[in-house]
Design a protein around this ligand. Structure first.
Ligand code: ADP
Ligand code: ZN
Length: 740
């Protein structure tokens, strides 16, 4: 682009002359694409520059995406108002935004919005006011001891901030101001200090065991060599995967590259951050939904300026504007939390691989229970696997047994079988710790009327209300609707007739308290534990053995290391298997494997009891036999036969709206025009399992394609003529992970 071009006459400009100074600017808004603007003659603009442009009667911040198209009529063209003094959005990030947009079928501006989620970060960082001695000034005021101390402090040191002077000289801030007025010291502006210290990659980690050392050396070598590669670090829980990938991180930092570690949000615990700090001497920059906006601003800016070398974040960290990224680690790569379900729908693990491919650096996936997709990619030779087959320090893997609930029935209105009760009693008597796992929040998943069988349902969703007894509320876990228990049944008017049906963790805690009154128990769920600090407090209490028995939902399954925990009881191992989810078996296996991995992590052996009505189920059998690979092979075979992912491609289309007839009307129109052809199949429209969600009616289509056909062009063509009226919405989900 030639910004030195002489200014051309306004309206009558001939195309060639004015096109020279056109830029296309992408705005972080869900619009169709980039728009042309005119660059004023004195403004030098490069692709990636952040600019302010007029948008209707407002102003908006956008990014120069490239040369203008010349498609906008000259009289409609508007000038770029200002170029912001922020590091430009790197080219690879812009290509990534385009790529994600094309793949997910989300407008590019919606993807860009994720890459510039904090517009305040584009402002120049505020400078700090400091004070120094004024050279050559002589005292024209009376020197008090306080004033003398301040002048002595500032005599030869660097400029200091006001609170610092007050503290170190032991004076009030008024003394400092008095000295400024007297002309003895003067204010200066300082740039803000770097927000993150440099990680020290030269610090030694622990001495690695032979298998760990082999994997670490191979990873470090790949990182040093640079270039795109996807690797899988596949190792049982406790095998030292984290220690090993720290070596890969150290290698990338040594090469002067930035590093991103992606974790499922709930795994980003203070415990984990401390571990990081022990290894690299500093805390990494964090990126997750709990950050305050000032923290987001600092982190975003530091990443963009290359001052944050090491970032740990949830999936959205993938869109941070790293200029020098050299490695992405995706820990717990199998976790479905990497799939973003609202707004721009994307799978962060897969997009991390795309990011590495576009920029030419390695991506490391880490898991004890890798996803079928990843395992398949390893088998096809696209990814390279490194294995850590044993637990560190010779700790044995826990013994896993099924408890057949058909034979070993818990007493009425209780949920623990005789076998599990005995095991708990033994464990507590031995002074060891136990974990009871039940992936159900609240007291009871269903509340029904004893007289007429009426079930309490959410008015906005196809879902039962869940009783939360601690809060004294009934809650919908989908929309947040809450009510108190009605005094009489709305259907039959019977009074005080409601009964809780089935267990949630709160109810389980009640049973445990009755059975083991002396045990110190704690309940850990996202409702009972408010925020990461509270979670940390419980985790530390367990680690210090101030808790004997921990009860929890899946938030206890992740990553924690409790040396004295030797028994894990899975109260309802069948829970995740119901329903039409393609990955139900795979996910149940992963989750239960992970929970089981909490037991016996040090010298005391661990034991895991799975309460199930279906001990012959392949998931239970694989867990008991410790035969993950056979399970994956069988699961792969099932999917291959059904031509389901990863052997075929899926995309979901969800039509929703508050008016059921309008939703059905649009669904019928889409059904008439559904894509056809070889290797293409459209299922639906069908009411979604959650046919009503947050007050919106929902109908689903599933587009199933052979692996060699891409769903995106089909969908684009399919939806081209669709105009959405009223509050109708169409959500596209490429590679769906949820089927509700
Ligand atoms: P994973 O990530 O595979 O579950 P971790 O890396 O968390 O395993 O290791 C489990 C525990 O063993 C951690 O406390 C870790 O510090 C320790 N550990 C692993 N490898 C070593 C080693 N070579 N030397 C000392 N401690 C180790
Ligand atoms: Zn609801």
């Amino acid at each position: 682009m030639d910004s030195d071009h002489a200014s051309s006459p306004p309206a009558a400009a001939d195309g060639a002359a004015s096109a020279d100074r056109l830029v296309s600017v992408l705005l972080p808004l869900p619009l169709a694409g980039a728009y042309d603007y005119r660059a004023p003659a004195d403004m030098r603009l490069q692709p990636g520059d952040f600019v302010i442009v007029p948008l209707g009667r407002r102003e908006a911040v956008g990014v120069v995406w490239g040369e203008g198209t010349g498609e906008v009529a000259p009289e409609k063209l508007k000038d770029v108002i200002e170029r912001l003094d922020a590091p430009p959005l790197p080219e690879t990030v812009r290509r990534f935004v385009d790529w994600v947009s094309a793949y997910s079928l989300a407008p590019p501006g919606a993807v860009l919005r994720m890459a510039m989620s904090v517009s305040a970060a584009l402002e120049e960082p505020r400078q700090l006011q400091a004070y120094r001695r004024r050279r050559g000034a002589t005292a024209s005021v009376k020197m008090t001891p306080a004033r003398t101390r301040v002048l002595a402090l500032l005599a030869d040191g660097p400029p200091r901030l006001l609170p610092e002077i007050a503290r170190e000289a032991g004076v009030g801030t008024g003394v400092v101001r008095g000295l400024v007025e007297a002309g003895l010291i003067e204010p200066v502006l300082l740039p803000p200090p770097p927000p993150y210290a440099e990680p020290d990659w030269q610090r030694a980690g622990p001495a690695l065991e032979p298998a760990q050392a082999v994997a670490a050396a191979s990873l470090a070598e790949t990182v040093r060599k640079g270039g795109f590669a996807t690797l899988l670090l596949d190792g049982v829980t406790g095998s030292g995967k984290t220690e090993v990938y720290f070596e890969a991180i150290a290698a990338a930092l040594a090469e002067g590259r930035q590093v991103l570690v992606l974790l499922p949000e709930i795994a980003l615990s203070p415990q984990w951050l401390q571990r990081f700090e022990r290894r690299f001497g500093v805390r990494p920059a964090e990126w997750h939904s709990d950050l305050r906006s000032s923290e987001r601003r600092t982190a975003w800016r530091a990443v963009a300026e290359g001052k944050a070398r090491l970032v740990v974040g949830a999936r959205s960290a993938l869109f941070l504007p790293f200029p020098e990224l050299g490695l992405i680690v995706v820990d717990e790569e199998h976790e479905s939390a990497f799939k973003q379900e609202d707004g721009v729908v994307y799978q962060a693990r897969d997009m991390a691989v795309v990011r590495g491919h576009l920029s030419g650096f390695p991506v490391l996936l880490v898991s004890a229970t890798p996803s079928l997709e990843t395992v398949q990619n390893v088998e096809a030779g696209r990814y390279r696997a490194l294995h850590l087959p044993e637990r560190h320090g010779g700790a044995a893997l826990p013994r896993i047994e099924a408890v057949d609930l058909r034979k070993d029935k818990p007493p009425r209105q209780s949920w623990l079988s005789g076998t599990l009760r005995d095991a708990l009693a033994e464990t507590l008597a031995a002074g060891e710790q136990a974990l009871l796992f039940l992936n159900r929040r609240g007291y009871a998943p269903l509340t029904l009327c004893r007289s007429c069988g009426h079930r309490l349902q959410c008015p906005n969703c196809s879902a039962w209300l869940v009783e939360h007894r601690y809060r004294g509320r009934l809650q919908c876990h989908h929309c947040g609707y809450a009510a108190s228990l009605p005094p009489s049944c709305p259907a039959c008017a019977a009074e005080q007739s409601f009964a809780a049906c089935g267990p949630g963790v709160e109810r389980l805690a009640e049973e445990v308290a009755a059975l083991y009154p002396a045990a110190r128990t704690a309940l850990m769920t996202s409702d009972t534990v408010m925020g990461p600090l509270a979670a940390e407090a419980i985790v530390e209490a367990v680690a210090r053995h101030e808790i004997d028995l921990l009860i929890g939902t899946q938030i206890v399954a992740k990553g924690h290391h409790f040396p004295m925990l030797t028994l894990v009881g899975v109260v309802d191992a069948d829970l995740g298997l119901a329903g039409g989810d393609l990955r139900a078996a795979e996910r149940t296996y992963q989750l239960l494997h992970q929970v089981a991995g909490r037991a016996g992590r040090e010298e005391r052996p661990g034991r895991v009891l799975l309460q199930t009505y279906d001990p012959a189920n392949p998931v239970m059998q694989a867990l008991i036999a410790g035969d993950r690979d056979r399970f994956l092979a069988e699961e792969a075979e099932d999917r291959r036969r059904a031509a389901m992912p990863p052997f075929g491609r899926l995309a979901a289309l969800i039509v929703s709206g508050s008016d059921a007839d309008a939703v059905d009307g649009l669904a019928a129109e889409l059904a008439r025009r559904a894509p056809q052809g070889e290797g293409v199949e459209v299922l639906g429209p069908a009411p979604a399992p959650m046919a009503l969600l947050r007050g919106r009616h929902r109908r689903r289509f599933l587009l199933k394609c052979r692996r060699d056909r891409q769903p995106q062009p089909l969908i684009r063509e399919w939806l081209r003529p669709v105009r959405l009226r009223g509050d109708l919405r169409l959500q596209i989900d490429i590679d769906p992970y949820s089927f509700y």
